[in-house]
Design a protein around this ligand. Structure first.
Ligand code: NAD
Ligand code: UFG
Length: 349
């Protein structure tokens, strides 16, 4: 019998791509999402892309803080493991509305962990972030580096990581993998699912894509006086399908029976790319010009951030495959086929 996986936040950007890879790998999947930052149509499209495996996907619109609803779901369904994506993720909004972030991300996670413990479902993969490294003293970032938060969003990730370490200390039946994502970009090669953030995008590539399809006039480049090759910030961009495959590898690690405990792994490519290099790669694959407006540094931005990939390669037997050109090609394929994401021109802002 195939293992059954609960995916929280599975209607979102990374979640939807991961659910597809899970289905194609033979898992049964139940998605729980409150659709706060996503659309149910994403689930429908994942099911279609999965072909015959689409029948192994179910969706429940539940807020994780609704513990009674979660309990009911766990009473009715046996889950072998949980992948926990659900959370709010806009850094700037977290500075303006810290309580919203602490309430949603922390209370949602505690509610989930309590229900899991009550049902003795003790295998978890959690979506952490490279943001937990703050502004590191050196790169590439290794998993044992000290953690520091630059904003409430980052603090929720560190607190949840600590909670995971604590629950494992208290009960060694917990097996937990904390995945620290670097910068996910791109979309499934079909162009049928992709990133569709509500409101003005915070992240570079969703913004670039909206400029390219004419929804916004220009990209504001935050800082061109960094100590980098062209003065703009350096990040480790990773294709979202590579990232999704990293979750399948993490689950396999949890199921192989090793005494994993609670371990953190970076998911990145190990390569740094500047903002201007990303824009140039996108212009070249799309044939679209992306007008730029140079501005000051964005508060809280690190100068250079990229991953050490050695631990994930060795222990999860996973390595990113896709190049920057392939990330941009698939981002453009999604953008040009869905200029308003899952919505319509009327529903966008
Ligand atoms: P997303 O917003 O597309 O997906 C998150 C999903 O969680 C959404 O569908 C949203 O509706 C749902 N959700 C939020 N709060 C919920 C709640 N209380 N109950 C039920 N559902 C809820 O974001 P994403 O880019 O797919 O990110 C997924 C995870 O990865 C998040 O935890 C995010 O912090 C983390 N992460 C993302 C990035 C990135 O750049 N995208 C980088 C590092 C880490
Ligand atoms: N940038 C711009 N203009 C924009 C948006 C971004 O110049 O409109 C620049 C930023 O200054 C940075 C780079 O593009 O140099 C990447 O910025 P993103 O906002 O796309 O990504 P960040 O690395 O700042 O943060 C993202 C997520 C976090 C996550 C982190 C993990 O937003 O949630 O990656 O590394 F924690």
């Amino acid at each position: 019998m195939a293992e059954s996986i609960l995916v929280t936040g599975g209607a979102g950007y990374i979640g939807s791509h991961t659910v597809l890879q899970l289905l194609l790998s033979g898992f049964r999947v139940v998605v729980v999402d409150n659709l706060n930052n996503s659309a149910a149509v994403a689930i429908k499209r994942v099911s279609e892309l999965a072909g015959e495996f689409g029948k192994n996907l179910a969706f429940q619109q539940i807020d994780l803080r609704d513990k009674a609803a979660l309990n009911k779901l766990f009473d009715l369904t046996h889950f072998d493991a949980v992948i926990h994506f659900a959370g709010l993720k806009a850094v700037g909004e977290s500075v303006q509305k810290p309580l919203l972030y602490y309430n949603n991300n922390l209370i949602g996670t505690i509610s989930l962990l309590e229900v899991m413990a009550a049902h003795r479902c003790m295998k978890l993969v959690f979506s952490s972030s490279a943001t937990v490294y703050g502004c590191p003293k050196e790169v590439p970032c290794r998993e044992e580096f000290p953690l520091s938060a630059l904003n409430p969003y980052g603090r929720t990730k560190i607190i949840i990581e600590e909670i995971c370490r604590d629950i494992h200390c208290a009960d060694s039946d917990w097996k937990i993998i904390l995945l620290r994502y670097f910068n996910p970009v791109g979309a499934h090669s079909s162009g049928y699912i992709g990133d569709d953030p509500h409101g003005v995008p915070n992240n570079l590539m969703p913004f670039v894509q909206q400029v390219a399809v004419g929804r916004r006039p220009a990209l504001t480049v935050y800082g061109n006086d960094y100590s980098t090759k062209d003065g703009t910030g350096v990040r480790d961009y990773i294709h979202v399908v590579d990232l999704a495959d990293g979750h399948v590898s993490a689950l396999k690690k949890l199921f192989e029976g090793s005494n994993i405990g609670c371990e953190a792994y970076n998911l990145g490519t190990g390569k740094g790319t500047t903002v201007l290099e990303m824009v140039a790669a996108f212009e070249s694959v799309s044939g679209k010009k992306v007008p730029l407006v140079m501005a000051g540094r964005r508060p809280g931005d690190a100068e250079i951030l990229y991953a050490s990939t050695a631990k994930a390669e060795k222990e999860l037997k996973w390595k990113a495959k896709y190049s920057i050109e392939e990330m941009c090609r698939d981002q453009w394929n999604w953008a040009s086929k869905n200029p308003y994401g899952y919505g319509s021109p009327d529903s966008s802002d």
